[in-house]
Design a protein around this ligand. Sequence first.
Ligand SMILES: Nc1nc2c(ncn2[C@@H]2O[C@H](COP(=O)(O)OP(=O)(O)OP(=O)(O)O)[C@@H](O)[C@H]2O)c(=O)[nH]1
Ligand SMILES: [Zn+2]
Length: 369
Amino acid sequence: MKKALVDPNPTAPSAMDERDLAMVERAIAELRSGRPLRFVPQAGQPWLLAPLEGFDPSMLAQATAAGESPLVLLTATRARHLGLDPQGERVVALSAREMGADDLAALANPLHRPQRAVAEWPVSLRPPEGAEAMLELLKAGRLLPAALVSPDSQDAECLSVEEAAVRRFREEAGARLTQVAEAAVPLLDAEGTRIVAFRPADGGREHLAILVGQPDLSGPVLTRLHSECFTGDLLRSLRCDCGDQLRGAIDLMEREGGGILLYLAQEGRGIGLVNKLRAYALQDRGADTLDANEQLGFDADERVYRPAAEMLRQLGVAQVRLLTNNPLKVEALAASGVTVVERVPHSFPANGHNEDYLDTKARRFGHLL
Ligand SMILES: Nc1nc2c(ncn2[C@@H]2O[C@H](COP(=O)(O)OP(=O)(O)OP(=O)(O)O)[C@@H](O)[C@H]2O)c(=O)[nH]1
Ligand SMILES: [Zn+2]
């Protein structure tokens, strides 16, 4: 029988306890189902938090009828694209009552323009304690990072989540991985391929290590960190270069006798497939791939590579020859303790549809060509 390639003892449990982990996972499920949540910041009063995505005017009516002063929270990147000055804050807060239902409905969908000119908007207020973690929680649920919040009067029946747990969740839970399956999967172009699946403790989707051929795990291993791209990898979309990079990496590993392709569940540079499709719609109206992310309220690139480093650690790989044009991947692996002995360029010719995309990656993301 073939010897299992993976470390049978996955990462030791980290400091974040199971209660906190479960609390944040449930909170994300609530938000994704459109139910509000009680958010308890480390200091200051609790807030009722609802995603602005899916806004309907009854939400505003309810909050104002209770005599409260609801706020809209937007990330600084989104605010800047709308023409607001975030004044050094990472979150911008506006009075929802003064904005009114029409403007809120427009803000809920970044493809719409608010009806009033920005100059007529209410002045932005100091964001409440924990505002950044509230928006981080929405991002963790792959929702747009824009929220409607109102001071919590304690009588609402809803789930509570604590800011401290949200912060630790984002930092730790995604990189706690357990190996949950391993099998041979002969590929058309690489028959001796095995796949090892790793499940993250944050309830997110599994990452896959695709082991092509017989890589010598003790030396520098030809490795690719491939971010999931449903459209490019599976449908062979021409909007990007992911399909070529995926198949190209497997072909090269097969030719060189072995390699590891880490297939990372970080679709759309970490914003998720639905938000990537929204970003595409913005790109069809003239934005480039970087600005489109920011117009939605995300950072240009939301990916983290600690799970990739942890997979390599569990596989027993300490040194890699990394197939990439992205200097951030090299830096991130090195920062997580993996030695990158060489960067192997990984470019493919443009296809008539992705020229601007490739150009933006080189010009604005610093990709090396
Ligand atoms: N948000 C967003 N994600 C995109 C877009 N086009 C492709 N992606 C995602 O970008 C990821 C691939 O990243 P790339 O920037 O092509 O390449 P890279 O992985 O950073 O760098 P390389 O290693 O050189 O390929 C995949 O998760 C794709 O789904 C887009 O327009 N917007
Ligand atoms: Zn792609």
